[in-house]
Design a protein around this ligand. Structure first.
Ligand SMILES: Cc1cc2nc3c(=O)[nH]c(=O)nc-3n(C[C@H](O)[C@H](O)[C@H](O)COP(=O)(O)OP(=O)(O)OC[C@H]3O[C@@H](n4cnc5c(N)ncnc54)[C@H](O)[C@@H]3O)c2cc1C
Ligand code: SF4
Length: 529
């Protein structure tokens, strides 16, 4: 073990780890981040290659699922339950923001108090207003395209760059929403539409989840990390943490990790922050057993790994006579509707959902569901490029029976137990999805669709709830500052800490929480030993 004087050890270099490391380094802390993956060279992105869509097939090493990619740095995630989720994440500097689409909504104030308002789940111990300055700071750091003034959300500051174009599919949806008198607004995106902070704007070529070679998409390897490293933060790549270590007094000491050559290393720090996402974090805490924490670190409540949430969804496709060219333009969502976001008891379920107008994948992806044979081309021509997609982001209330546990029968390339996800849709979520299908069909038909295709429900790449935030050690794993209740210098900062999941994409909230947690850690620096 090297003799180092590290203030803060951050584990995981994704969205949360990057924002938190930048903020603490900027304040003067010595930060080291351990990341199990490496840097991804943008010149290797599939988006630059003509066969980019094959990456969505099972063998592609840019596949959205670690189970199909099987890179050395990935770990297996086995899935179980009545509705086993399709797990999506990326393991590298930048984490899952290498893949993400940059759709950047915020929680509503009501999302933080669903127990008070609707008698379900739990209230967060913080409010929207506690996070608001951090949402704003994060927007400034990434550069957000969009338009302030949405009547469904609290006011926000001028967006850094103008909105991305609606395109033909967006305008078609607007027609439908307007005719029905439903709410719609252009989306905020972590994708810049004009040059910003030395980064080039989006050139609208539309393959964002296969890597953005322009750097227009705000993956954290192109935004936070260069700034943090300039100020002195260090990332140790190919460093997979096996366990967080604990002193006899119950303080976090540091971590034991495997380096690139598979050798065990130990590192010590004054504060440890786990940012491994809603699956990687409970996996690491459950793998960190000790005499003081025989059931896993910070797990005195038994809640580590419980209440796993992943926004259930339907990708609903309207088929139009005219060509819609939905596969051109950024893969994010040009516009959204929150007409059905807040609870209305007449609908038979609590909370609600957002509808995202969403661009489609390209021809290969569309062709795969059409049977081969003499009719293939004719059938393909009916749907491509004639679709307009609506994606449902349904508020998935926490259920203790939806879990992340360890799977000792599957191991990663260093021999560490895999994650096992068990998930079933609740009755509330099922009713919400049925309602969303009905309303999506209605708006698509009103917009002029001649047919609507509704594939089976699935889930989004949103991993939340498995080390939830709360007021005490019985009802939660971390406190209002993301500190693990039972360990004074250990923090969990990512989607795991969500008390509830809301009906919006989570990453602006994950990053705002990370910036807030950095301030809280810094405020307590006199306690660092
Ligand atoms: C295809 C796709 C599209 C998406 N689109 C959107 C979108 O439009 N809008 C939105 O809000 N969100 C989107 N997301 C989700 C978004 O990417 C995540 O919410 C966000 O990246 C989570 O941040 P995080 O820091 O918690 O985790 P991650 O970004 O996943 O980072 C976690 C990091 O921890 C590392 N790690 C894990 N375990 C260990 C260990 N034991 N040792 C060392 N390192 C470890 C991992 O390698 C990884 O780099 C999308 C995700 C995907 C996959
Ligand atoms: S469409 Fe824009 S954000 Fe997406 S990959 Fe291309 S340049 Fe990047």
């Amino acid at each position: 073990m090297r003799n180092e004087d590290i203030d803060v050890l951050v584990i995981g270099a994704g969205a949360a780890g990057a924002a938190l490391s930048w903020s603490l380094t900027e304040k003067g802390a010595k930060v080291v981040c351990l990341e199990q993956g490496g840097w991804i060279d943008p010149s290797t992105f599939p988006s630059l290659k003509s066969d980019y869509e094959t990456q969505l097939t099972r063998e592609g090493d840019f596949n959205l699922s670690p189970n199909f990619r099987n890179r050395k740095e990935d770990y297996p995630v086995t899935t179980h339950g009545k509705n086993p989720p399709f797990v999506m994440m990326f393991n590298a500097v930048g984490g899952s923001t290498i893949h993400w689409q940059g759709i950047f909504p915020r929680f509503h104030p009501s999302d933080f108090k669903v127990k008070t308002l609707d008698g379900v789940a739990d209230d967060w111990p913080i409010s929207y207003w506690d996070l608001e300055p951090y949402y704003d700071l994060n927007d400034k750091m990434l550069g957000v395209s969009g338009l302030a003034g949405d009547p469904a959300n609290p006011p926000r500051s001028k967006r850094q760059t103008p909105p991305l174009p609606l395109g033909k599919m967006g305008h078609t949806l607007v027609k439908g929403f307007e005719k029905l008198g439903w709410h719609w607004w252009v989306n905020d995106h972590g994708i810049i539409s004009e040059p910003y902070n030395g980064r080039s704007p989006c050139m609208l070529h539309g393959k964002c989840i296969f890597g953005c070679p322009m750097g227009a998409k705000a993956s954290t390897d192109r935004t936070y990390w260069p700034l943090a490293m300039e100020k002195g933060a260090e990332i140790r790549t190919w460093s997979r943490v096996k366990e967080v270590t604990i002193s006899k007094k119950g303080r976090a000491k540091g971590a034991i990790y495997y380096d690139k050559n598979g050798n065990i290393q130990e590192i010590k720090a004054k504060v440890v922050v786990v940012c491994c996402n809603g699956i990687g974090t409970p996996r690491l805490l459950l793998n960190s057993k000790s005499n003081l924490f025989p059931d896993g670190l910070g797990n005195s409540s038994g809640l580590v790994g419980k209440n796993f949430m992943t926004h259930p969804t339907h990708f609903i496709n309207g088929i139009f006579e005219e060509s819609m060219d939905s596969h051109f333009g950024p893969m994010g969502s040009p516009l959204f509707s929150q007409e059905f976001y807040e609870t209305d008891d007449n609908r038979g379920f609590k909370r609600g959902y957002m509808l995202l107008g969403e661009r489609t994948f390209g021809p290969l992806f569309q062709a795969q569901d059409i049977p081969w044979g003499s009719t293939h081309h004719a059938e393909f021509g009916k749907i491509f490029p004639h679709q307009v997609g609506l994606t449902v982001v349904a508020d998935d209330l926490p259920e203790e029976t939806n879990t992340v546990t360890l799977d000792d029968e599957e191991l990663d390339s260093d021999g560490i137990a895999a994650a096992k996800v068990t998930y079933s849709l609740s009755e509330n979520s099922k009713k919400m999805l049925d309602h969303a299908v009905e309303k999506s069909t209605e708006v698509l038909m009103v917009a002029g669709a001649k047919d609507v295709i509704v594939p089976p429900p699935t889930n989004l790449a949103h991993l939340m709830g498995t080390a939830r935030m709360g007021t005490n050690e019985k009802n939660s794993v971390v406190d209002k500052d993301n500190k693990v209740h039972s360990v004074s210098n250990l923090f969990v900062v990512d989607g795991s800490s969500f008390t509830t999941g809301a009906g919006v994409n989570p990453t602006s909230t994950i990053m705002a929480l990370a910036l807030r947690a950095a301030d809280k850690i810094w405020e307590k620096r006199s306690d660092w030993k």
